[in-house]
Design a protein around this ligand. Structure first.
Ligand code: CA
Length: 225
């Protein structure tokens, strides 16, 4: 199982890397928030250990950005006596919290508990909205049981919209999460992809799932006719 450690202090990062490796985990280390977020959002880690105090974007910003794309378990690390940090971390979707300095066996116990807890979610990789089903493991989408042929980007776009069912996503958010680009406002890459996706997902069916929210972005949801 792969664990991502996001920690800027070299000694602390090495301590975690060594301890976790010796416990049988594959460990990747990122030394700042930007690299860490990129690694976490694009990787297949079973767990992320995230330090709050990081240069550039801090642990909270990493966590909130990460939660728009992946539900990987996150264990946050912070300095002693920062109760506010703990509350804030949980609000943003942290799964557990450990105060520095800690004993390694305690960290290991939490890591094991989180990995165990995370497993049922992996067991059902299928997302469903109405008659739309997306199987993220087999990379397959169906409506009313009919297979829909999608490109890799269309699949990524549909997965994002489905994970965020009912939530309006802006073109900028979509562009950065699906294409990993922060494009200028003239680009119509999202519009073009969305049109193609709708032609496959919605046009053949009476029940439309993808909706444009004028001036804001797009939302995928079931609406009463
Ligand atoms: Ca730090």
């Amino acid at each position: 199982m792969k664990i991502l450690v996001i920690e800027d202090e070299p000694k602390a990062a090495e301590y975690l890397r060594q301890g976790l490796s010796e416990s049988g985990y594959a460990v990747e280390v990122a030394h700042d928030g930007t690299d860490g977020l990129h690694a976490a959002a694009t990787g297949d880690h079973a767990l992320v250990i995230l330090d709050v105090m990081l240069p550039g974007i801090d642990g909270f910003a990493v966590l909130s950005a990460l939660r728009t794309s992946r539900q990987v378990p996150v264990l946050m690390l912070t300095a002693r006596g920062k109760t506010d940090d703990k509350v804030r971390g949980f609000d943003l979707g942290a799964d557990d919290y450990l105060v520095k300095p800690f004993q390694f066996p305690e960290l290991l116990a939490r890591v094991r508990a989180l990995l165990k807890r995370g497993q049922p979610a992996v067991a059902d990789p299928v997302l469903r909205v109405g008659d739309l089903e997306i199987d993220s493991v087999r990379h397959r989408a169906t409506r009313q049981g009919q297979r829909i042929d999608l490109t890799a980007k269309e699949f990524a776009l549909l997965s994002l919209l489905t994970r965020k069912t009912g939530e309006v996503l802006s073109r900028t958010q979509i562009a950065s999460l699906v294409w990993d680009i922060h494009f200028d406002s003239d680009s119509n890459v999202v519009e073009v992809a969305m049109r193609r996706l709708r032609a496959k997902i919605d046009d053949p069916f009476a029940d439309k799932l993808i909706h444009t929210v004028r001036g804001v972005g797009y939302v995928l949801e079931r609406r009463k006719p």
